[in-house]
Design a protein around this ligand. Structure first.
Ligand SMILES: C[S@@+](CC[C@H](N)C(=O)[O-])C[C@H]1O[C@@H](n2cnc3c(N)ncnc32)[C@H](O)[C@@H]1O
Length: 390
C-alpha cells in the first residue's frame, strides 16, 4: 500500500467541518465521512472533477472494460423475459460516468432488440456535473434513458442495479475495548483533526451488531453501515416486482468482523494510490468501507427481498459466459500485442489475487419473482466448453 505523495484538499470543506466540530463538540466519523463525500458544494462526489477511470482516483469494473456491462446485459435480458417480456425498468443508483449504462444499452440494442425497445433505463444521480457527462456519453440512447430521484421509482417492475454504491455510504467507526463498544468521534486537538473514543452516538449501532451476531473482537476497530438497512427498505418499498442486483467489494459478516481484521476496512483512494488516513486530502479523496453482505441479505429478507444469488464476481461473470466472450473478443483482435493487453485487462475482472474477481461480490435479490435459476447461477463445472478451446 502506498501513500499519496501530493497533498491536496478543499479548504472550504475543511473549514466547514472544523466549524461543525466546534459547534457540536466533536462529530461521529459517519458525519465526517458524509461531509467529506457529499457536502452539497465541496463533497468529493459532488464536485465537477472526474473521479473514476484514468483521469480520476480509482477504477471500477465498469470502467475497466465494456465486457463487464455487456455480460450484465445478458442477465438483464433474462430478467426481462422472466417478468413476461413487457415494459421493463432498469434503475441504476450512483452510475458514476455511466459506463455500465452505456455498455448494457449498447449490448441490448445489438443482441436483444425486443428487450431494448421495451426498456426504460433510469439513472439516480446526485451530482449535476456527472449528469451532464452522462448525457453526453449516452447520446445514442437518450430515448431510452432518463434521470430521476429514488422516490420516482415507486411501483417499478424490473431490475434495480448498483455497482460500488454501498461502499460509498458513510459508516460509523467502532472499537471494542474492555468488552465495551466505543465509537470514534472526530475532534480538533491542538489545531489538528484527530479521533476520540466515546459512548456510541446511537443504540442502533449495538442493535445492528447484535442482530448480525457479529461485531469487532476485543481491541479491534470496525465499520457499521447504518444507511444500508434503510436503503434496502427503501428499494424494496419502491419495487412492485423484480430484481435487485448489488455489486460491491465486501464479505459476509463473519469474515468482515473476523478477529484478524484489527483495523477494519476503511480505505482512502487518491489519484490511484491508497492510504489509510481519512484526515488528509479532505474533499479530494474517496473514503470507502467494505460492504457487509450478510447485513444486506438479512435486511432484504426482512422487507421481502429473497436472495437468489450471492457469490464472487468471478463466479457471476463466468455464469454469464465470460470465457466464451473473452475468446470471441480475442479472436477478433489481429494484433498479438493488443490481444495480450486485452487478456490482461479482462483478467483483472476475474482474478482472485490483486484483481476484482474474489473481493468483489454480487448479490441478486428478487421480489415477487419466485426462485428462478438465473443465468449467473450457472456453476462453472456445468458451463459448456467454448468450441474455440479445442
Ligand atoms: C464508487 S462510485 C461508483 C460509480 C459507478 N457505479 C461505477 O461503477 O463506476 C460511487 C457512486 O455512488 C454515488 N452515490 C452515493 N450515494 C448515492 C445516493 N444516495 N444516490 C445516488 N448516488 C449515490 C456517488 O455519488 C458515486 O458516484
Amino acid at each position: 500500500m502506498s501513500s499519496s505523495a501530493v497533498s491536496e484538499s478543499t479548504p472550504e470543506l475543511e473549514a466547514f467541518i472544523r466549524r461543525r466540530i466546534g459547534e457540536a463538540g466533536g462529530i461521529t466519523f459517519a458525519e465526517y465521512m458524509e461531509h467529506c463525500l457529499y457536502h452539497p458544494e465541496y463533497g468529493y462526489y459532488m464536485s465537477p472533477r472526474v473521479r473514476i477511470g484514468k483521469p480520476g482516483d480509482f477504477y471500477t469494473s465498469s470502467s475497466v472494460h465494456s465486457l463487464f456491462g455487456r455480460l450484465l446485459a445478458r442477465q438483464v435480458a433474462e430478467m426481462w423475459e422472466l417478468l413476461g417480456k413487457k415494459s421493463f425498468t432498469v434503475a441504476e443508483q450512483g452510475p458514476g460516468e455511466a459506463h455500465l449504462c452505456q455498455d448494457i444499452l449498447d449490448a441490448l440494442a445489438e443482441e436483444a432488440p425486443q428487450c431494448y425497445a421495451q426498456l426504460r433505463y433510469r439513472l439516480v444521480e446526485l451530482n449535476p456535473h456527472n449528469r451532464q457527462r452522462q448525457k453526453e456519453r449516452l447520446s445514442r440512447h437518450l430515448d431510452r434513458v432518463d434521470w430521476c430521484a429514488l422516490d420516482d421509482l415507486a411501483g417499478m417492475e424490473g431490475c434495480f442495479l448498483s455497482n460500488e454504491l454501498v461502499d460509498a455510504m458513510p459508516v460509523h467507526l467502532v472499537e471494542k475495548l474492555d468488552g465495551k463498544l466505543q465509537e470514534v468521534f472526530v475532534v480538533e486537538q491542538a489545531g489538528e483533526l484527530s479521533e476520540e473514543l466515546r459512548k456510541p452516538s446511537t443504540p442502533h449501532i449495538a442493535e445492528h451488531l447484535l442482530r448480525l451476531g457479529a461485531g469487532p473482537y476485543e481491541g479491534n476497530r470496525a465499520e457499521v453501515n447504518l444507511h444500508a438497512g434503510n436503503w434496502m427498505r427503501q428499494v424494496s418499498a419502491l419495487m412492485a416486482r423484480g430484481f435487485v442486483l448489488t455489486i460491491d467489494y465486501g464479505y459476509p459478516a463473519n469474515e468482515l468482523y473476523a478477529p484478524f481484521r484489527r483495523n477494519g476496512t476503511l480505505m482512502c483512494y487518491h489519484r490511484h494510490t491508497t492510504n489509510e488516513n481519512p484526515y488528509q486530502h479532505i474533499g479530494c479523496q474517496d473514503l470507502t468501507a467494505h460492504v457487509d453482505f450478510t447485513a444486506l441479505e438479512q435486511f432484504g429478507s426482512a422487507v421481502g427481498l429473497e436472495p437468489l444469488f450471492f457469490g464472487e464476481q468471478y463466479r457471476f461473470l463466468m455464469g454469464l459466459g465470460f470465457v466464451e466472450a473473452l475468446m470471441e473478443l480475442q479472436a477478433k483482435e489481429r494484433d498479438p500485442q493488443k490481444a495480450m493487453a486485452l487478456r490482461m485487462t479482462l483478467k483483472n475482472l476475474i482474478l482472485p489475487e490483486g484483481g476484482m474477481g474474489e473481493l468483489f461480490k454480487v448479490l441478486v435479490q428478487g421480489k415477487g419473482v419466485g426462485k428462478p435459476d438465473l443465468l449467473c447461477c450457472r456453476r462453472i463445472s456445468d458451463l459448456p466448453v467454448p468450441p474455440s478451446m479445442f
